[in-house]
Design a protein around this ligand. Sequence first.
Ligand SMILES: NC(=O)c1ccc[n+]([C@@H]2O[C@H](COP(=O)([O-])OP(=O)(O)OC[C@H]3O[C@@H](n4cnc5c(N)ncnc54)[C@H](OP(=O)(O)O)[C@@H]3O)[C@@H](O)[C@H]2O)c1
Length: 246
Amino acid sequence: MKEIALITGAAGGLGRSVANRLADSGWQLILVSRDGDRLAQAYGGEHLQVAADCSTVVGARQIIEVAKAHELLPTALAHCVGNIRLGALHRMTEADFNDCLSANLISAFHTLAAFVAGLREARCGGAAVLVSSAAARIGTPNHEAVAAAKAGVEGLVRGAAATYAAAGIRINAVAPGIMETPAAAAILATVSGREAAARQYPLPGIGSPDELAELIVWLLSQHAARVTGQVWSIDGGFSSIRPLIK
Ligand SMILES: NC(=O)c1ccc[n+]([C@@H]2O[C@H](COP(=O)([O-])OP(=O)(O)OC[C@H]3O[C@@H](n4cnc5c(N)ncnc54)[C@H](OP(=O)(O)O)[C@@H]3O)[C@@H](O)[C@H]2O)c1
């Protein structure tokens, strides 16, 4: 029987990389976006495609209900929803801050809750991976909003991992530096912006969603059966070491 994975933000840069890898490994996929047309463009008629907003309780539960109606129970979740809202704290508008919290933290909370509820109802174990950011791990100028939201994601991961470990449900996060995806397009749009971004990292460069997807797929697999409650950095050393300045 095929294993079943739920991927949110599936029309985005990271979501597509994760979906391609899991599909290549024979997983059956449930793909979520707020915009069904974006999913159809990206995947044609492949996989179960669900148009829902997982930053609401109703939307998150709807995903599991649609899956159930197709007799599918996802035992893996890659929650690839989020955005990057940059700006100094005193300049951040209420609307931008709320959007940042909603996309990054509130969506993670409701989606994980609905996923776990489905597993518990079926008395089944599973694994989830949420996406944090290097900015939650080390103070980075103008990243206050996203740092606050992603730090919340990391707290959610540890709390939920503790609650559900006994039920065989593993919950981890990954924390990337900047990656070549639509979320970072504005930052990487100019040559100078791209070079400045790349130079920040002890291992200089811009991350790729494919390398992060590899880590996510591993965390969802049985190879990581003893791993839970962890946040895995993949940020060129940005959050833990200082480069040698010559
Ligand atoms: N790219 C980077 O440099 C970077 C760095 C650190 C962390 N991250 C994190 O990596 C994850 C994947 O992002 P990505 O880089 O693949 O960006 P992306 O291509 O923009 O994909 C993110 C997806 O999130 C969904 N989304 C955005 N705002 C939402 C909201 N308010 N409610 C519900 N869904 C929303 C969008 O899906 P629909 O519009 O299709 O619904 C979008 O396609 C995110 O958690 C992001 O914060 C990215």
